[in-house]
Every structure is written in C-alpha cells, then in structure tokens.
Design a protein around this ligand. Structure first.
Ligand code: MRU
Length: 338
C-alpha cells in the first residue's frame, strides 16, 4: 500500500513568514499559489473562496493571525474580521479561538505554533476518519459525494474524500459519482481534479441527476462533509446536501457525514440556529450567461439528524440518535478543543 499519510496536494503552507495558498477559484485550469505576508489577503482569499472547505478555512485563519502578530497588528481585530468572512463553517471560529488563546498566554510566535498544531492535527484526523469511514462501505461500492470535502478542503487527505481515497486503496471502489455542485462547481472542478490525481474512478453528474441514480439502486452510500454540526446532530453542508439526504432515505441508502470534532458546535442547539451564508446572487445568475436575473443564493442547507445514518469523526463513528452520541462526546470534544 502507498504511504497512507501521502497527499500530493498542498493547499496551504507556511514558509519562513510567507503564507502560500492555492487559489482554488482557478482550478482545474490553473494551479496557482497566492503568496502573502499580510493577513488581509487571507481574509479576502477566504471570502472569495480561493481558500475554502470548513477545516481549511480554520487553518488559513489561524495562520492569518500569525501573520497579523508578525505585522504588529492587534490580533483581536484581525480575528473578528476573519471570523466574519464566512459565517456557517464553525471551524473558523474554533481555530481563531485556539490561536488567540495561545497568543494571549504567550508570545506572538505561539500563534504560529498553534496554527501549525491545528494543521497537523487535521492531517492526522483525516487519516483516522478515512480508516473508520472506509470500514462502513461494502467492497466494490459505488458512492456519491457532493461539493469538495477533500485535500483542498482540509490540508490532509480530506474528510468524505479521505474515506473515499482510503476505501479505494483498500478495496478498490467501483465508482464515485461526483455532484457538480452548483453554482460554483466545487464537485466538477475540485473533487474531479483530486480524484483524477488519486487514480480513483469517477463520473461527474449534474446535481439534479443524483436522486434518480439513487432511486435506480446505483448508489451504495452517500458521503458528505460538514460545515457545522449542531448539538442535536443537525448538519449544515453545501447547498444540495439536504435533497441528497431525502433521496437517500427514501431509497434506503445510508448517508454518512464525515467531519472532525472541530466541526461540532455544541453551543448551537439545532439546525435552525445555524447561520446560513447567503452569497452574491450574481454567482447564480451568471450561470444563465444571458442576462442578470433575480437570484437567491444560500450557500448551505441543513440536513436534519434523523436523515443521517452516522457521523464519522476522528474519535469514532457516531450512530443515531446522534444527539446522544454528541452529548457523550462532550468531555472528549472539550479535551480536543483545549
Ligand atoms: O463553500 P465551500 O466550498 O467552502 O463549502 C464546502 C463544503 O460545503 C464542504 O462540504 C465542507 O466545508 C466540508 S469540507 C471537509
């Protein structure tokens, strides 16, 4: 087996005071890095989705605070600007709190050390989730995924894609159906790019094809990431996840959410309390290519916990009812956060 820690994609890296991150808006046409010593460039990069995916947003924000500390700027101010860039992904606030706390107690360099720890921890967590999630899949499975929950979204092997890559290495998988993921095409652009590089067989489908393929019995499991999991297990993820969950339940197909404990927000009681980011309507209307039409652009939707078969975390697989499993995790989650 190839080295399980291997990922040939480095979406973000700190090198001697310079933060480099892939501009994911240009993929797959161009692999270009943004290089900066200014935390404001990171905030702008997160906002325009150059850096995206809940865990990677957190890692980028922690490094941005390290830049702010080096720039001699107040890290608290930088943290509140960074926290406001994307409201749904709770990993952002989680990572900022960790980096701020480290900086408060010790020197500015401690912020960088904490950012590195968050980054390293995510890589290890991805590998663990990959193993635990792969064990849930039948051999020769066809799975369906949405958006991009891969290396580009975490800095490791990915969450849902980490499971897929691990299962392929062990199995292999028969096929991965990749929702193109409107309107910004994270599936067609980013997940397809990653699976191609990893040698995993895949086909891109339009989002609207998913339910019909699930109904035909062509899909053995649906695997998705998460941007925020509430205390009761309700889960916000890229818009289009909820319809997948409905279709999967209607046809007896399991839907697995794969996410680290840092995505679980026990201070948010349920899905109704999760803030949903609404992005510029032009991201939707631009697709028509013809004229500017009125558009509504919620970037995420909420899947109620009852439609989730299990949540795969680095600390184990949480089975239904997820709320009880999350409550039991309380102490462990606290320990991880501190
Ligand atoms: O808007 P994006 O591209 O940041 O949305 C990403 C997702 O919805 C992912 O599924 C989620 O962040 C989990 S990534 C491991």
């Amino acid at each position: 087996l190839p080295n399980e820690t291997h990922t040939d994609i480095t979406p973000i890296a700190w090198d001697d005071g310079v933060l480099r991150f892939i501009d994911q808006t240009l993929l797959p046409r161009e692999l270009r890095y943004v290089e900066t010593r200014d935390w404001r460039d990171v905030a702008a990069g997160i906002e325009r989705l150059a850096v995206r995916g809940a865990p990677l947003i957190g890692i980028a924000a922690a490094y941005a605070l390290a830049l702010a500390a080096r720039q001699g700027e107040p890290v608290d101010v930088a943290a509140s600007v960074l926290a406001a860039t994307r409201p749904t992904a709770v990993n952002l606030r989680w990572a900022l709190d960790r980096a701020l706390e480290a900086g408060r107690a010790r020197r500015a360099e401690a912020v960088l050390a904490e950012a590195r720890r968050i980054h390293d921890q995510q890589m290890a967590d991805d590998r663990r989730m990959g193993e635990l999630g792969a064990a849930l899949l039948p051999s020769g499975a066809t799975v369906l995924t949405h958006c991009n929950a891969g290396a580009l979204a975490t800095g490791g092997i990915g969450t849902a894609l980490g499971v897929i890559k691990t299962a392929h290495r062990q199995g292999p998988l028969e096929l991965v159906l990749v929702d193109e993921t409107r309107p910004l095409l994270q599936g067609a652009r980013l997940t397809a790019w990653e699976l191609e590089r990893a040698g995993v067989p895949f086909q891109v489908i339009v989002d609207g094809a998913a339910a019909g393929l699930i109904a035909r019995g062509d899909v053995h499991a649906v695997l998705v990431g998460a941007d925020r999991i509430a205390a009761n297990g309700d889960t916000a993820n890229k818009v289009g996840t909820y319809p997948l969950a409905l279709a999967a339940r209607a046809h007896g197909v399991p839907l697995y959410v794969v996410a680290p404990l840092s995505t679980i927000d026990r201070t948010t009681p349920d899905g109704a309390a999760i803030p949903i980011e609404h992005r510029d309507p032009s991201e939707v209307s631009a697709i028509t290519g013809v004229r500017d039409v009125p558009a509504l652009n919620p970037a995420f939707d909420v899947t109620p916990n009852g439609l989730i078969s299990a949540i795969v975390t680095e600390r184990g697989v949480l089975r239904r009812p997820c709320s009880a499993a999350i409550a039991r995790l309380g102490a462990a989650a606290q320990a991880v956060a501190s």
